[in-house]
Design a protein around this ligand. Sequence first.
Ligand code: NAD
Ligand code: WQD
Length: 332
Amino acid sequence: MRILVTGGTGYIGSHTCVQLLERGDDVVIVDNLCNSEASVVESLREITGRAPTFYPVDIRDRDALEAVFAKHEPEAVIHFAGLKAVGESVAKPLEYYENNLSGTLVLLGVMRAHDCRKIVFSSSATVYGTPASVPIREDFPTGGTTNPYGTTKLFLERILIDLQKADHRWSVALLRYFNPIGAHESGKIGDNPTGTPNNLMPYITRVAKGVLPMLSVYGDDYPTPDGTGVRDYIHVEDLAAGHLAVLPKLDEPGVHIYNLGTGVGYSVLDIVHAFERSTGVKVPYRVVPRRPGDIAECWSDPSRAETELGWKAVRTLEEMCRSSWNFEKSKA
Ligand code: NAD
Ligand code: WQD
């Protein structure tokens, strides 16, 4: 297939591009490199032996995007491009709404102009807000997002649903990711946030490396087995495979919604201990007050994706920890 991947040099996009290239798809990446590096393109070639076509383009730049579509006429788009830092989105709501909403609106307009009506959208478990219960199923209500980042995902899901309602030729996959961690086994690509990481695993790997002194565990008084927050951590390679699994579904016009998670919840301390066990490296931590906006527990019911797509997360927590550490160690 000819597939356009927006945000393809980013964390999840790059792992998805590896699998697309490995199975022989023609991959065209557009990414403005605001949160990734062009060197990822070379890493993709090293890993797969095939090079994607790369354009350092901002998806809000309609003329540039139009030129990419005119040259490649993609059959489908996997749309990862967006800003994703929860805390930053609270401080810079206009930038988040502008980038994530305008970028997607421009993309959809250009797709329509080129008769490309198949899109896989990176959504998030954040659209469920504070769920009434766990595990979370796709038919749970969405809404109640607690930050502008999450609200961009909620709004974009709605825009895509409205678009499909108005023009039944569209095929829209809304993939609601839980907590991706881990890295490609080669150690050549992974999650590489600039500055101090907000997410748990990149923080842990930097503490393990000695770049940061200590992990702050945000609260141990949640109504969970050990008091720390519980999440559904999924290996990024399993998550990437979910994107390939959903592509055939796009032959059926409609809106296809899937949770991509493992269905298992682990606490913050479970992750710390699993990391120590699987790498042999200690992670010093202290407990500090809860982080505003965090929920106690969040994990998926991933059974719809297994039943309808034949997709299931298979990699273990140990593999997630080991590969994250392997990536951190191999960074310059
Ligand atoms: P990432 O920041 O590593 O990748 C996103 C990429 O998009 C980056 O390479 C960035 O440079 C690019 N980008 C941003 N705005 C752009 C624009 N206007 N034009 C072109 N490129 C642009 O993030 P990720 O973790 O790989 O996430 C990918 C997608 O998945 C995002 O939409 C994110 O919101 C979503 N998501 C991520 C998580 C997670 O925990 N990582 C969870 C749920 C959903
Ligand atoms: C996981 C757990 C923290 C850092 C976020 C977004 C969500 C999605 C994934 C995009 C929580 C605890 C964390 C630290 C800690 N992204 N923690 N110390 O908050 O579940 O989800 O990323 O869509 O929208 O909200 O992930 O990795 O930040 O936190 O104790 O230094 O680790 O409190 O319980 P989260 P996270």
